[in-house]
Design a protein around this ligand. Sequence first.
Ligand code: NAD
Length: 478
Amino acid sequence: MDIEIGSWINHRQQLGEHAVPVFEPATGAVYARLHEADAAIIEHAITGAEAAFPGWSGLRTSERAHWLNQLADALESELETFAQAETRDTGKPITLTRSIEIPRAISNLRFFASAATQFASECHFGEAGLNYTLRAPLGVVGTISPWNLPLYLLTWKIAPALAAGNCVVAKPSEVTPLTAHLLGRLAADIGFPEGVLQIIQGTGAEAGSRLVGDPRIKAVSFTGSTAVGRQIAVRCAEHLKKSSLELGGKNAVLVFADAPREGLFDTLIRSSFQNAGQICLCGSRILVERSFHDEFVAEFVRRAQALRPGDPQDETTRLGAVVSAAHHQKILAALDLARSEGATILCGGAAATMTREFEGGWFIEPTVITGLGPACQTNQAEIFGPVVTIQAFDTETEALALANATRYGLAAQVWTSHLQRAHRLAGELAAGIVWVNTWMMRDLRTPFGGMRESGLGREGGLDALRFFTEPKNVCLAP
Ligand code: NAD
């Protein structure tokens, strides 16, 4: 064990008295110690951010954009270090962190640097005087992010908050603290304005909860489970502070017999198993029109079986480990439950057998399940692992009913060549994001988020900048 991970407050690392081990999912070995931010460290983080706020919010937008771009440039120059670190901390393949996740973290910073300089507020004229809207930053805000896309989601929150002129206290997941730790050090190294970005490390129950409950934190942007999101919404309501909640999902994939075949299986294998299914946008319930069902299942299972879990640092690996022992157990328990519900497991269904070096790691075989109806737990509860179910449907109406038959509403995919059907379903699916004949194609300007129990509020583009600002209407007599 060689790494001590603490909080980065005013550009200095602070180690708390209580530390917990951090594990490498591929081997199960402890490789770092995470020092929990205690009350004194969090106090220091918030007072430091409050002290930095007048200076940061007083900068011109282009000056703040310049700092975000500086941070993005520094991150880009350290891309390989961050990719290696993220892979070690999460167990996901190096090809993912190197080519998608760290580059996306860089894009998040650059995108909001640029978006802030293009952010215009409204003007209303011709009805009752001349009205214009001022949008001021909120002050010190908190961000709380999960373990599945650690740096990608942390930057997705801090970038709009900072660009809009807020100071941020960011709490990454205690399960995957490494890249946030490196980002804190990087910000210090480049002389990013002190106190503007504070990174506190620790568990949700301690550090996260203290952050949410502090009245000086003006808003909380949270991504994580629905259960925790609900608690955070209640606590924010007590203080009448804003919250933005990106929560769990159980996303449906509707495959019609006229689905374009080009890219279909490649995309659906990715949307099922990328990052071992630990992406909130993964499609976990595949619904296939009956006339195409058997052919689809045969080809899909053939491809899933070809996906062998392996060393995340190996460039040929497409399926890595899942993030923790606890999550590994949770997925295996969900598979036992599926069996008890009468599932037919067409492939996978168990922990993967690995070579000696990775025997202690947390790997799961890609799993495809049939034979279960929409009401069973396997089709209702989020599993968040390399596990998909397949159900058949006969009509568009039935497909829609199956797709909407959960309490979640994050994302959906529709695969069809029928233009009107695609539009019709896009309108009727209970989901915040609908992809037609594609998956994970992301334009950062679009509203991002879920409905029902998948979330409240939207991130991305102007929605994020609006969330992190307070509008004020000014009315001038004509
Ligand atoms: P989680 O809810 O357990 O934890 C998320 C974060 O909240 C962590 O930083 C954790 O320390 C913190 N936290 C936990 N309890 C807290 C509390 N009481 N007060 C304050 N903070 C607290 O979620 P997870 O297991 O890290 O992430 C997986 C979940 O995230 C899945 O449900 C997944 O669907 C969801 N997710 C959603 C999106 C989205 O955009 N909708 C994106 C990624 C992940």
